[in-house]
Design a protein around this ligand. Sequence first.
Ligand code: CP
Length: 312
Amino acid sequence: MNWRHKHLLGIEGLAPEEITLVLDTADKMAEVATRPVKKVPALRAKLVVNLFFENSTRTRSSFEIAEKRLSADTLNFSASTSSVSKGESLVDTILNIERMMPDCYVMRHPSPGAGQLISGFTKASIVNAGDGAHEHPTQALLDAMTIRQRKGGFKGLKVLIAGDIAHSRVVRSNIHLLNTMGAKVTVCGPATLLPPHIESLGVTASTEFEEAIKGKDVVMMLRIQLERQKRGLFPSLMEYYQRYGLTEERLKLAAKDVIVMHPGPMNRGVEIASEVADGPYSVILDQVENGVSVRMAVLYLLLGGGEDVSAH
Ligand code: CP
């Protein structure tokens, strides 16, 4: 199957075969990292602009590494050191960079739909690197690559996503992806962090962590996003940990071969205990490693055409 999209703005609407194509391409890209020269010429002379209007460690660095491994030229743009800090709008910023002839924008922005907005002002492809609480498609794809490596597939897999569901773009992209691929998703958190009507996305919702974790094959913990909360949505971090923190004791309630995931950055001792984050069931650093391969795959499929990367 061939990739038929100009942009990757979200997981919603992607077909199972398209998700599988990204994951299969990412597997091939992972092989590039094992070579003495970790580079292929697939995106030579393509210009990728990394536009980050919010902070990032994993997404930003792995996109930059992915671009370099594909031999693309890169321009790194931070809102804090640009004329955005003088009040320049997003659209004016794009209209100006557009005259520098980019082939692709990788953009993180606090506003949901920011990628969709700029698509009307550019000829380039756009990859959404996180837009507010809407979507973070490459995170869900790297999570899927990690799950597929450990579990072999998705059909019937019991997945718990727990924590700050209300403010998370990671959960939305993961729900779309896991539902599309045939997994069964439960989301869990305090009622104040569960959006109303979340079940309409095709998940089971629970406020009882110890009930929700029982028998799960995959447990994905989400960060409490204090910076996006305007008022206290639970009594204290200590009380949150007591009810919703993933401890070694609670993990025993999951399936025997459970894997523990977290998109990062982690609040140790809030949503997850250090012993679990660093323990034998954790695949958290595998997620980070797979981020480079998935981002290489996405850029390659959007910009590289049909050439087989393994031929390089
Ligand atoms: N998972 C994730 O998006 O991490 P960063 O915010 O560090 O990019």
